[in-house]
Design a protein around this ligand. Structure first.
Ligand code: SF4
Ligand code: SF4
Ligand code: FES
Length: 286
């Protein structure tokens, strides 16, 4: 029989005890109110499930699925806040189910879970977010400039670290679409044909700030992306689980660049006065 090193065995016991402590039963219940329905209509249904310590809302929903309603639909993949699949509205706030602890709510408080409001429902807590993937395809992808002769010799582009850092935060996006869901332009006014939404404003900003990208997406961001419809309420930034500063670091710099480079009145003013524009230097690499 294989021998297990005493230190390893001790660590294993400690780990399993820790796991047992993490998911210990509390003898209490969580009261859930879940939206059940599809495109033709639906209703709220209430469930009680046993409360474990460390439980997240996704665990509670899974418990309903496992023990009471096997046909309950919910989308998830990683249970680690990284795949962006388990987005829902929890007590009216767009959040990830797997990153929302039951202990965030008052003891005895009903936890209400609804599907995202800005997109069509498929079933129960699952919505059709495919509109977002279509928006992604409308954006001109990364288009690198020509390498300089020196860069060609080395086989890589010259980039300043500060230029790389500037757009780094936008690449943390997990495509949960919580920002799209909370944005009133999409959620309330349903202007999906006119505004691509904050998630795609950060994608555009990330490309526009890229030190090597040579494309100009500004005019399309105005005409087709609908950036003018954003009135900087910052709700998107507040719900982003990756803490991306969507409004201040992406949308506002894009708007400023649009005004300084494309606005006909600003261009005429600069021609007449010979001034280069009044804005402070913009945080853009190009
Ligand atoms: S700041 Fe703009 S993009 Fe963000 S939620 Fe408000 S209107 Fe929508
Ligand atoms: S920007 Fe934030 S909220 Fe919006 S899709 Fe990406 S991770 Fe989700
Ligand atoms: S299951 Fe992946 S983010 Fe929640």
């Amino acid at each position: 029989m294989a021998q297990i090193d005493a230190g390893v065995a001790g660590a294993m016991v400690r780990e399993s005890k820790a796991a047992a402590i993490e998911s210990a039963e509390t003898g209490k219940n969580v009261h859930l109110k879940l939206y059940r329905g599809d495109a033709s209509g639906g209703e709220w249904k209430e469930y009680d499930v046993p409360l474990d310590t460390g439980m997240v809302v996704l665990d509670a929903v899974h418990r309903v699925q496992a023990n009471q309603q096997p046909d309950l639909a919910c989308r998830w993949n990683c249970k680690a806040g990284k795949c962006g699949s388990c987005s829902a509205e929890i007590n009216g706030v767009p959040r990830l189910m797997c990153m929302t602890r039951v202990s965030d709510f008052k003891e005895g408080e009903t936890i209400q879970v609804a599907p995202l409001n800005a997109f069509p429902i498929i079933k129960d807590l699952v919505t059709d977010v495919s509109w977002n993937f279509k928006q992604n395809k409308r954006i001109q992808p990364f288009t690198p400039r020509e390498m300089t002769p020196e860069e060609k010799v080395r086989g890589e582009f010259n980039m300043q670290q500060r230029d790389v850092d500037r757009s780094q935060e936008f690449r943390k996006c997990i495509e949960c679409f919580l920002c799209q869901d909370v944005c009133h332009v999409l959620r309330t006014h349903k202007l999906h044909d006119e505004f691509q939404g904050p998630r795609f404003m950060i994608r555009i900003a990330g490309l526009e700030m890229h030190p090597v990208d040579a494309a100009d997406r500004l005019e399309r961001t105005w005409r087709e992306g609908g950036i003018g419809l954003c009135n900087i309420t910052k709700c998107c930034t507040e719900v982003c689980p990756e803490h991306i500063t969507i409004t201040d670091n992406a949308i506002i710099p894009l708007k400023e660049r649009l005004v300084s480079e494309k606005d006909p009145v600003a261009i005429l003013w600069r021609k007449l006065t010979g001034r280069k524009g009044s804005s402070a230097p913009l945080p853009m690499a190009k």
